[in-house]
Write a protein that binds this ligand. Structure first.
Ligand code: NAD
Length: 257
């Protein structure tokens, strides 16, 4: 592997890392040489995830945290930097979605969704970037968005809107922090088989519609999203900021004919 694609000596924080896409991202960053802080709200699964990466050590630590609480999200980058001695990468992957018809959409679900999908990434990016600038600049922030930022899925007004907001947050951060060498990018997954949706994918009437609308004809696996996230964190991506990479099998190309 080119030295441009390795992360030796770097410290990475990954949210929602106990399972699914977040665990694949943590594993990918670790495989590229980074020390990794796994963050999640589910304690047992978090411990299992840490074990799957070799167990708690100088290179891998678990952080139990409910990121929908702003004070918890805000304090996280500092805690990780204190424990590891530095922070070079932050990946905002934790996300939630509520499913309600718009006319009945509950305010509480809207607020919960924005707290986790937008406010937590805002606070984590802001605090991580302060640390990166204080370290002398450089560093990579990656936000996991969704094709829902481009396509309005039914009964998911908060999720769609939160992911679109996260895309613009990504670009706004890139716009301001380029001068410090701090890059901020997004990866937008299409349908990926994770605990969030695997049962739904098998039984849902929309499954054939998804597959028909995806030029590659199949949905993705967590590793298909982790790979572009890891790439964006490496020196090979040193001139890429404010970008959104779609890992969606071509779904957002539109159908055409
Ligand atoms: N799976 C897909 O098809 C798909 C498609 C597009 C975008 N995404 C996005 O990718 C990201 C990961 O999705 P996934 O499918 O792996 O989800 P998942 O539900 O399998 O995993 C999400 C993780 O986030 C953690 N989490 C939830 N609430 C949290 C909180 N308050 N604080 C800390 N951690 C919390 C969960 O415990 C879980 O481990 C999400 O942002 C999601 O919106 C997923």
């Amino acid at each position: 592997m080119s030295t441009d694609l390795v992360l030796d000596g770097q410290v990475a924080l990954v949210t929602g890392a106990a399972q699914g896409i977040g665990l694949a991202i943590a594993a990918g960053l670790r495989a590229a040489g980074a020390q990794v802080a796994l963050v999640d709200v589910q304690e047992e699964m978090l411990n299992e995830a840490v074990e799957s990466l070799g167990g708690q050590s100088d290179d891998v630590r678990g952080y139990l945290a409910d990121l929908s609480l702003p004070e918890i999200a805000q304090s996280l980058p500092g805690r990780v930097a204190d424990d590891f001695g530095q922070l070079d990468i932050a990946v905002n992957n934790a996300g939630r979605r509520g499913v309600y018809a718009f006319l009945d959409y509950p305010l509480a679900d809207w607020e919960r969704t924005f707290a986790l999908n937008v406010t937590a990434p805002f606070l984590i990016c802001r605090e991580a970037a302060k640390i990166m600038v204080a370290q002398g600049g450089g560093g990579s922030l990656v936000n996991v968005t969704s094709v829902a930022a481009d396509l309005a899925f039914g009964n998911r007004a908060a999720y769609n809107s939160s992911k679109a907001a996260l895309v613009m947050l990504t670009k706004s951060i890139a716009r301001e922090l380029g001068v410090h060498g701090v890059r901020c990018n997004a990866v937008a997954p299409g349908i990926v088989e994770t605990p969030l949706n695997s049962e739904y994918l098998r039984d849902s009437p929309v499954t054939p519609v998804i597959l028909d609308g995806t030029p590659m004809g199949h949905w993705g696996q967590p590793e298909d999203v982790a790979a572009p996230v890891v790439f964006l964190c490496t020196p090979a991506a040193k001139f890429i900021t404010g970008a959104v990479i779609h890992a969606d099998g071509g779904w957002t190309t539109g159908k055409g004919y």
